[in-house]
Design a protein around this ligand. Structure first.
Ligand code: ATP
Ligand code: MG
Length: 274
């Protein structure tokens, strides 16, 4: 670990649900290599408490998307992962996937049925919800991403940014407890980005947000984790991590030119042992 930022015990500083203190995400010693031998994750330990919003940032190829794919068992490396206390293993995958809403980096991977309405309805219909409830969920999710009225449109005819919005809707319609978002704002126009940020900020669920859009981390996440070379190299309050120019430069990250962090952002501190 090249650098870590610590500022106090995690558990005391985070919103933890009253009924249980089981974390939303517990990852211990996760390692993973693709079948071609590419070693990607090299011993990840991470705890995300319920209600936290954590930005996961790092250079291209760091392993961010690969890591997210482990949270609902699409990829299974060695080590241990549990989601709300449930081990991510084959026998639990149905329940894990109900609770984890994963938005893929590439929306083409998420939209595989004919129309937008069918894609967004797929998850809730699979949960066995009745038609009325499914329609309600579809409407609510499309409204949230500003795509209401596009139900009959062929998903593959949408622009990339529209596909991204619908991909987010396919997950919102499941009302997940943990949102794992891979580049949710990529290719969105400024208004759509703003709208999505507001929607996500208002959702009272745990969030892990992979992004190259560092201002998004300030807007949405009180905590930021840097992943580089398959290892977590820094973890702490977003302001502390992302205003550290030297740390950012070490990991090929940078804020936009003349970026000014929002002053009103209230930061819930987090730490990992250095
Ligand atoms: N299916 C695969 N087979 C072999 N190697 C892969 C596969 N998918 C990804 N990789 C490799 O794994 C590494 C991590 O990729 P990953 O997509 O997780 O990075 P990332 O941090 O999400 O990058 P980006 O910021 O570009 O999205 C890269 O070296 C990539 O080439
Ligand atoms: Mg990626």
């Amino acid at each position: 670990m090249s650098r870590a930022v610590s500022s106090g015990p995690v558990a005391t500083l985070h919103a933890v649900s009253a009924d249980t203190d089981v974390p939303a995400v517990l990852v211990q010693g996760l390692t993973f290599a693709y079948p071609d031998g590419t070693e990607v994750l090299r011993g990840i330990d991470l705890v995300v408490q319920r209600g936290e919003s954590v930005a996961l940032v790092g250079p291209n190829g760091a392993g961010k998307s690969t890591f997210l794919l482990h949270l609902n068992g699409i990829l299974q490396g060695s080590g241990r992962i549990s989601i709300f206390g449930l081990a991510v293993e084959t026998k639990n995958l149905r329940e894990v996937r109900r609770r984890v809403g994963l938005v893929f980096q590439d929306p083409e991977d998420q939209l595989f049925l004919g129309t937008v309405g069918q894609d967004v309805a797929f998850g809730p219909a699979n949960l066995g919800l009745n038609e009325e409830e499914v329609s309600l969920r579809v409407e609510e999710a499309l409204e949230a991403v500003g795509m209401l009225g596009s139900e009959e449109k062929c998903s593959h005819h949408l622009s990339f940014g529209q596909k991204k919005r619908v991909a987010v809707a396919t997950v919102l319609s499941m009302r997940p407890d943990l949102l794992a978002l891979d580049e949710p704002t990529s290719n969105l126009d400024p208004k759509s980005r703003r709208r999505l940020v507001q929607i996500l900020a208002a959702l009272p669920v745990t969030k892990i947000v992979v992004t190259h859009d560092l201002p998004l981390a300030f807007e949405l996440c009180e905590r930021t984790v840097i992943l580089d070379g398959g290892r977590i190299v820094a973890d702490g309050p977003t302001e502390q991590i992302l205003l550290d120019e030297r740390l950012l430069a070490m990991h090929d990250l940078e804020l936009p030119y003349r970026f000014a962090p929002p002053t009103s952002h209230s930061c819930r501190a987090s730490s990992r042992p250095g």
